[in-house]
Design a protein around this ligand. Sequence first.
Ligand SMILES: *Cc1c(COP(=O)(O)O)cnc(C)c1O
Length: 361
Amino acid sequence: MNVPMFDYLAQFRALEPEFRSAIDRVLGSGLLILGPEVEAFEREMAAQLGPGQVVGVNSGTDALVLALTALGVGAGDEVITVANTAVPTVSAIRELGAVPVFCDIDPTTCLLDVGAVRTTAKTRAVVAVHLYGNCVDITALRAKVGDHIAIVEDCAQAHGASWRDRPAGTMGDAAAFSFYPTKNLGAYGDGGAVYCADPARAAVIRSLRMYGFEGQYYAEREGRNSRLDPIQAAILRVKLPHLGAAVARRRAIAAQYDRLLSPSVKRVVAAPDVAHGYHLYVVRVPERERLRTALRERGIQTGVHYPHPIHLMRGYAFLGYTPGSLPETERAADEVMSLPLYPELDDAAVEYVATTLNQLV
Ligand SMILES: *Cc1c(COP(=O)(O)O)cnc(C)c1O
Protein backbone atom coordinates (compact mmCIF):
# COMPACT_ATOMS: atom_id res chain seq x y z
CA MET A 1 0.00 0.00 0.00
CA ASN A 2 1.23 3.53 -0.79
CA VAL A 3 0.44 6.22 1.75
CA PRO A 4 1.57 9.75 0.92
CA MET A 5 1.66 12.70 3.34
CA PHE A 6 -0.84 14.66 1.25
CA ASP A 7 -3.00 13.92 -1.80
CA TYR A 8 -3.73 17.10 -3.67
CA LEU A 9 -5.48 15.34 -6.56
CA ALA A 10 -7.93 13.41 -4.35
CA GLN A 11 -9.04 16.70 -2.88
CA PHE A 12 -9.21 18.43 -6.26
CA ARG A 13 -11.27 15.69 -7.92
CA ALA A 14 -13.85 15.69 -5.12
CA LEU A 15 -14.90 19.24 -5.94
CA GLU A 16 -13.48 19.69 -9.45
CA PRO A 17 -16.60 21.09 -11.21
CA GLU A 18 -17.08 23.65 -8.45
CA PHE A 19 -13.43 24.77 -8.68
CA ARG A 20 -13.70 25.13 -12.45
CA SER A 21 -16.86 27.20 -12.31
CA ALA A 22 -15.43 29.39 -9.52
CA ILE A 23 -12.34 30.12 -11.63
CA ASP A 24 -14.48 30.77 -14.72
CA ARG A 25 -16.60 33.20 -12.73
CA VAL A 26 -13.51 35.29 -11.90
CA LEU A 27 -12.09 35.11 -15.43
CA GLY A 28 -15.43 36.24 -16.86
CA SER A 29 -15.85 39.05 -14.37
CA GLY A 30 -12.85 41.12 -15.43
CA LEU A 31 -12.30 41.93 -11.76
CA LEU A 32 -8.83 40.59 -11.19
CA ILE A 33 -7.51 42.51 -8.17
CA LEU A 34 -9.37 42.29 -4.82
CA GLY A 35 -13.06 42.92 -5.67
CA PRO A 36 -16.21 40.96 -4.83
CA GLU A 37 -14.72 37.44 -4.60
CA VAL A 38 -12.13 38.55 -2.05
CA GLU A 39 -14.71 40.55 -0.10
CA ALA A 40 -17.14 37.62 -0.07
CA PHE A 41 -14.43 35.22 1.07
CA GLU A 42 -13.36 37.61 3.83
CA ARG A 43 -16.94 37.85 5.08
CA GLU A 44 -17.54 34.10 4.91
CA MET A 45 -14.29 33.24 6.72
CA ALA A 46 -14.95 35.86 9.40
CA ALA A 47 -18.45 34.47 9.94
CA GLN A 48 -16.90 31.12 10.97
CA LEU A 49 -14.58 32.80 13.47
CA GLY A 50 -16.33 35.64 15.27
CA PRO A 51 -17.43 39.26 15.12
CA GLY A 52 -14.07 40.53 13.82
CA GLN A 53 -12.86 41.11 10.28
CA VAL A 54 -10.77 39.06 7.90
CA VAL A 55 -8.30 40.76 5.57
CA GLY A 56 -7.06 38.59 2.68
CA VAL A 57 -3.37 38.90 1.91
CA ASN A 58 -0.74 37.24 -0.22
CA SER A 59 0.58 34.64 2.24
CA GLY A 60 0.66 33.56 5.85
CA THR A 61 4.04 35.25 6.13
CA ASP A 62 2.57 38.57 5.02
CA ALA A 63 -0.37 38.07 7.39
CA LEU A 64 2.14 37.97 10.26
CA VAL A 65 4.08 40.98 8.94
CA LEU A 66 0.96 43.11 8.49
CA ALA A 67 -0.59 42.06 11.82
CA LEU A 68 2.61 42.90 13.69
CA THR A 69 2.95 46.20 11.82
CA ALA A 70 -0.61 47.22 12.64
CA LEU A 71 0.07 46.40 16.29
CA GLY A 72 2.96 48.84 16.31
CA VAL A 73 5.89 46.43 16.21
CA GLY A 74 8.92 47.93 14.52
CA ALA A 75 12.70 48.01 14.31
CA GLY A 76 14.49 47.04 17.52
CA ASP A 77 11.40 45.75 19.30
CA GLU A 78 11.66 42.33 20.85
CA VAL A 79 9.11 39.71 19.83
CA ILE A 80 8.92 36.49 21.83
CA THR A 81 8.24 33.28 19.92
CA VAL A 82 9.42 29.69 19.58
CA ALA A 83 12.19 28.13 17.49
CA ASN A 84 10.28 24.93 16.58
CA THR A 85 8.10 26.55 13.97
CA ALA A 86 8.06 27.20 10.24
CA VAL A 87 10.83 29.65 9.36
CA PRO A 88 8.28 32.28 8.17
CA THR A 89 7.15 32.88 11.78
CA VAL A 90 10.63 34.24 12.38
CA SER A 91 11.34 35.78 8.98
CA ALA A 92 8.15 37.85 9.39
CA ILE A 93 9.46 39.28 12.67
CA ARG A 94 12.82 40.03 11.05
CA GLU A 95 11.15 41.73 8.08
CA LEU A 96 10.09 44.49 10.48
CA GLY A 97 13.61 44.83 11.85
CA ALA A 98 12.31 43.44 15.14
CA VAL A 99 14.30 40.92 17.18
CA PRO A 100 12.95 37.41 17.74
CA VAL A 101 13.52 36.20 21.29
CA PHE A 102 13.08 32.46 21.57
CA CYS A 103 11.31 30.78 24.45
CA ASP A 104 11.56 27.04 25.08
CA ILE A 105 8.61 24.66 24.66
CA ASP A 106 6.55 22.33 26.81
CA PRO A 107 7.86 18.88 25.78
CA THR A 108 4.45 17.20 26.04
CA THR A 109 2.59 19.57 23.69
CA CYS A 110 5.59 21.03 21.79
CA LEU A 111 3.92 24.46 22.27
CA LEU A 112 5.36 27.65 23.76
CA ASP A 113 5.99 27.06 27.47
CA VAL A 114 3.95 29.97 28.80
CA GLY A 115 5.54 29.59 32.24
CA ALA A 116 8.99 30.13 30.73
CA VAL A 117 8.07 33.41 28.97
CA ARG A 118 10.23 36.30 30.25
CA THR A 119 9.42 39.79 29.02
CA THR A 120 11.82 42.73 29.12
CA ALA A 121 11.36 46.48 28.72
CA LYS A 122 11.89 45.96 24.98
CA THR A 123 9.28 43.20 24.52
CA ARG A 124 6.55 44.48 22.24
CA ALA A 125 4.74 41.33 21.17
CA VAL A 126 4.45 37.57 21.41
CA VAL A 127 3.79 35.42 18.36
CA ALA A 128 2.04 32.37 19.79
CA VAL A 129 2.33 29.52 17.29
CA HIS A 130 -0.54 27.04 17.39
CA LEU A 131 1.80 24.35 16.11
CA TYR A 132 0.37 21.21 14.46
CA GLY A 133 -3.17 22.53 15.15
CA ASN A 134 -2.69 22.42 18.92
CA CYS A 135 -3.45 25.70 20.75
CA VAL A 136 -1.35 27.79 23.09
CA ASP A 137 -3.39 28.89 26.13
CA ILE A 138 -3.77 32.56 25.17
CA THR A 139 -5.63 33.40 28.39
CA ALA A 140 -2.67 32.17 30.47
CA LEU A 141 -0.26 33.96 28.14
CA ARG A 142 -2.21 37.22 28.48
CA ALA A 143 -2.17 36.89 32.29
CA LYS A 144 1.57 36.30 32.12
CA VAL A 145 2.59 39.19 29.82
CA GLY A 146 -0.04 41.81 30.70
CA ASP A 147 -2.14 44.05 28.46
CA HIS A 148 0.66 46.25 27.12
CA ILE A 149 2.19 43.46 25.04
CA ALA A 150 0.53 42.47 21.77
CA ILE A 151 -0.34 38.83 21.16
CA VAL A 152 -0.46 37.56 17.58
CA GLU A 153 -1.70 34.02 17.04
CA ASP A 154 0.10 32.15 14.26
CA CYS A 155 -2.83 30.04 13.06
CA ALA A 156 -1.17 28.78 9.88
CA GLN A 157 -1.55 25.21 11.17
CA ALA A 158 -4.62 25.71 13.34
CA HIS A 159 -7.49 26.69 11.04
CA GLY A 160 -10.55 25.01 12.57
CA ALA A 161 -8.98 24.34 15.97
CA SER A 162 -10.42 25.83 19.14
CA TRP A 163 -9.76 26.33 22.84
CA ARG A 164 -12.80 26.02 25.14
CA ASP A 165 -15.05 26.57 22.12
CA ARG A 166 -13.21 29.74 21.14
CA PRO A 167 -11.81 29.41 17.62
CA ALA A 168 -8.04 29.64 17.27
CA GLY A 169 -7.31 33.15 16.03
CA THR A 170 -9.95 34.95 18.09
CA MET A 171 -8.12 35.06 21.42
CA GLY A 172 -5.18 37.38 20.77
CA ASP A 173 -4.97 40.90 19.30
CA ALA A 174 -4.72 39.58 15.75
CA ALA A 175 -4.18 36.25 14.02
CA ALA A 176 -2.38 35.12 10.88
CA PHE A 177 -3.73 32.33 8.67
CA SER A 178 -2.02 30.67 5.70
CA PHE A 179 -3.68 29.12 2.66
CA TYR A 180 -0.54 27.31 1.53
CA PRO A 181 -1.94 24.31 -0.38
CA THR A 182 -1.34 21.67 2.32
CA LYS A 183 -2.80 23.73 5.18
CA ASN A 184 -6.23 22.88 6.66
CA LEU A 185 -7.77 25.40 4.26
CA GLY A 186 -5.47 25.35 1.25
CA ALA A 187 -5.58 27.47 -1.89
CA TYR A 188 -4.12 26.40 -5.25
CA GLY A 189 -1.18 28.71 -4.78
CA ASP A 190 -0.18 31.22 -2.13
CA GLY A 191 -2.61 33.08 0.08
CA GLY A 192 -3.14 34.20 3.65
CA ALA A 193 -5.36 36.27 5.88
CA VAL A 194 -5.38 38.29 9.07
CA TYR A 195 -8.27 38.04 11.52
CA CYS A 196 -8.65 41.05 13.75
CA ALA A 197 -11.49 41.94 16.14
CA ASP A 198 -10.70 45.67 16.28
CA PRO A 199 -12.27 47.32 13.18
CA ALA A 200 -9.87 50.29 13.24
CA ARG A 201 -6.88 47.95 13.24
CA ALA A 202 -8.43 45.81 10.51
CA ALA A 203 -8.77 48.98 8.42
CA VAL A 204 -5.05 49.68 8.89
CA ILE A 205 -4.22 46.14 7.74
CA ARG A 206 -6.46 46.65 4.69
CA SER A 207 -4.54 49.82 3.92
CA LEU A 208 -1.13 48.18 4.49
CA ARG A 209 -1.86 45.42 1.97
CA MET A 210 -2.58 48.04 -0.73
CA TYR A 211 0.40 50.43 -0.75
CA GLY A 212 -0.77 52.13 2.45
CA PHE A 213 -3.67 53.69 0.55
CA GLU A 214 -6.68 55.33 2.05
CA GLY A 215 -8.80 56.49 -0.82
CA GLN A 216 -7.29 56.47 -4.28
CA TYR A 217 -3.60 57.13 -4.96
CA TYR A 218 -3.00 58.47 -1.47
CA ALA A 219 -0.66 56.72 0.97
CA GLU A 220 -1.75 57.38 4.52
CA ARG A 221 1.12 55.20 5.73
CA GLU A 222 3.94 53.12 4.27
CA GLY A 223 2.39 49.97 2.86
CA ARG A 224 3.12 47.29 0.34
CA ASN A 225 1.39 45.06 -2.17
CA SER A 226 0.02 41.99 -0.45
CA ARG A 227 -3.41 41.17 -1.79
CA LEU A 228 -5.27 37.87 -1.81
CA ASP A 229 -5.75 36.88 -5.46
CA PRO A 230 -9.46 36.71 -6.44
CA ILE A 231 -8.98 33.37 -8.24
CA GLN A 232 -7.59 31.95 -5.01
CA ALA A 233 -10.43 33.61 -3.06
CA ALA A 234 -12.99 31.95 -5.37
CA ILE A 235 -11.29 28.55 -4.86
CA LEU A 236 -11.20 29.10 -1.10
CA ARG A 237 -14.92 29.91 -1.15
CA VAL A 238 -15.56 26.45 -2.61
CA LYS A 239 -13.58 24.79 0.18
CA LEU A 240 -14.57 26.95 3.14
CA PRO A 241 -18.02 25.35 3.71
CA HIS A 242 -16.25 21.95 3.90
CA LEU A 243 -13.60 23.07 6.41
CA GLY A 244 -15.55 21.92 9.47
CA ALA A 245 -16.07 18.43 8.01
CA ALA A 246 -12.43 18.28 6.89
CA VAL A 247 -11.19 19.12 10.38
CA ALA A 248 -13.65 16.60 11.87
CA ARG A 249 -12.18 13.95 9.57
CA ARG A 250 -8.65 14.98 10.64
CA ARG A 251 -9.73 14.47 14.26
CA ALA A 252 -11.21 11.06 13.49
CA ILE A 253 -7.94 9.96 11.85
CA ALA A 254 -5.96 11.25 14.85
CA ALA A 255 -8.28 9.35 17.20
CA GLN A 256 -7.69 6.21 15.14
CA TYR A 257 -3.90 6.68 15.44
CA ASP A 258 -4.32 7.31 19.18
CA ARG A 259 -6.19 4.03 19.50
CA LEU A 260 -4.07 1.86 17.23
CA LEU A 261 -0.53 2.97 18.00
CA SER A 262 1.25 0.90 20.59
CA PRO A 263 1.70 2.60 23.98
CA SER A 264 5.46 2.53 23.38
CA VAL A 265 5.05 5.10 20.59
CA LYS A 266 5.33 8.47 22.32
CA ARG A 267 2.93 11.12 20.95
CA VAL A 268 2.81 14.87 21.13
CA VAL A 269 -0.40 15.43 23.10
CA ALA A 270 -3.24 17.94 22.73
CA ALA A 271 -3.03 20.75 25.28
CA PRO A 272 -5.84 20.87 27.91
CA ASP A 273 -9.19 22.27 26.67
CA VAL A 274 -8.09 22.19 23.03
CA ALA A 275 -10.14 20.83 20.16
CA HIS A 276 -7.02 20.08 18.11
CA GLY A 277 -7.05 20.99 14.42
CA TYR A 278 -4.68 18.12 13.54
CA HIS A 279 -2.89 19.78 10.69
CA LEU A 280 -0.25 17.22 11.66
CA TYR A 281 -0.18 14.08 13.80
CA VAL A 282 3.22 13.97 15.44
CA VAL A 283 4.99 11.23 17.36
CA ARG A 284 8.39 11.33 19.05
CA VAL A 285 10.74 8.51 18.22
CA PRO A 286 14.37 7.69 18.83
CA GLU A 287 16.28 6.52 15.74
CA ARG A 288 14.01 8.57 13.54
CA GLU A 289 15.98 8.11 10.32
CA ARG A 290 16.02 4.32 10.63
CA LEU A 291 12.25 4.34 11.13
CA ARG A 292 11.56 6.76 8.30
CA THR A 293 13.60 4.64 5.90
CA ALA A 294 11.86 1.44 6.99
CA LEU A 295 8.44 3.09 6.61
CA ARG A 296 9.39 4.45 3.19
CA GLU A 297 10.39 0.94 2.10
CA ARG A 298 6.86 -0.13 3.07
CA GLY A 299 5.26 2.64 1.02
CA ILE A 300 4.63 5.07 3.89
CA GLN A 301 5.73 8.67 3.66
CA THR A 302 6.45 10.63 6.82
CA GLY A 303 7.47 14.22 7.52
CA VAL A 304 9.57 16.04 10.08
CA HIS A 305 8.20 19.33 11.41
CA TYR A 306 10.82 20.52 11.91
CA PRO A 307 14.28 18.93 11.70
CA HIS A 308 16.26 22.08 12.55
CA PRO A 309 15.30 24.51 15.30
CA ILE A 310 15.51 28.02 13.88
CA HIS A 311 17.91 29.36 16.54
CA LEU A 312 20.56 26.91 15.29
CA MET A 313 20.14 27.62 11.56
CA ARG A 314 23.02 29.39 9.79
CA GLY A 315 20.66 32.10 8.54
CA TYR A 316 19.86 33.05 12.13
CA ALA A 317 23.30 32.52 13.70
CA PHE A 318 23.59 36.30 14.11
CA LEU A 319 20.97 36.12 16.86
CA GLY A 320 23.65 34.52 19.03
CA TYR A 321 22.04 31.29 20.23
CA THR A 322 24.16 28.18 20.75
CA PRO A 323 23.31 24.47 21.08
CA GLY A 324 21.84 23.86 24.51
CA SER A 325 20.15 27.26 24.78
CA LEU A 326 16.67 25.73 24.19
CA PRO A 327 17.02 22.14 25.41
CA GLU A 328 13.41 20.98 24.96
CA THR A 329 13.17 22.55 21.51
CA GLU A 330 16.39 20.87 20.45
CA ARG A 331 15.33 17.46 21.81
CA ALA A 332 12.00 17.71 19.99
CA ALA A 333 13.75 18.57 16.71
CA ASP A 334 15.72 15.32 16.98
CA GLU A 335 12.66 13.16 17.68
CA VAL A 336 9.48 14.47 16.01
CA MET A 337 8.00 12.58 13.09
CA SER A 338 4.70 13.41 11.36
CA LEU A 339 2.45 10.60 10.13
CA PRO A 340 0.23 10.82 7.03
CA LEU A 341 -2.94 12.75 7.84
CA TYR A 342 -5.28 14.47 5.41
CA PRO A 343 -9.06 14.28 5.16
CA GLU A 344 -9.14 11.97 2.12
CA LEU A 345 -6.95 9.34 3.84
CA ASP A 346 -9.08 6.25 4.47
CA ASP A 347 -9.29 4.09 7.59
CA ALA A 348 -7.47 1.16 5.99
CA ALA A 349 -4.45 3.36 5.22
CA VAL A 350 -4.38 4.73 8.77
CA GLU A 351 -4.50 1.19 10.12
CA TYR A 352 -1.68 0.14 7.79
CA VAL A 353 0.49 3.06 8.96
CA ALA A 354 -0.18 2.36 12.65
CA THR A 355 0.38 -1.40 12.50
CA THR A 356 3.51 -1.01 10.38
CA LEU A 357 4.96 1.54 12.78
CA ASN A 358 4.08 -0.70 15.77
CA GLN A 359 6.08 -3.53 14.20
CA LEU A 360 9.11 -1.33 13.65
CA VAL A 361 9.54 0.39 17.02
C1 LIG B 1 2.84 27.76 6.69
C2 LIG B 1 3.24 28.53 7.90
C3 LIG B 1 3.53 29.90 7.85
C4 LIG B 1 3.67 30.68 6.59
O1 LIG B 1 2.66 30.65 5.69
P1 LIG B 1 2.92 30.98 4.13
O2 LIG B 1 1.54 31.09 3.61
O3 LIG B 1 3.69 29.84 3.56
O4 LIG B 1 3.67 32.26 4.06
C5 LIG B 1 3.76 30.57 9.05
N1 LIG B 1 3.75 29.92 10.22
C6 LIG B 1 3.52 28.60 10.31
C7 LIG B 1 3.51 27.94 11.65
C8 LIG B 1 3.28 27.85 9.15
O5 LIG B 1 3.06 26.53 9.24
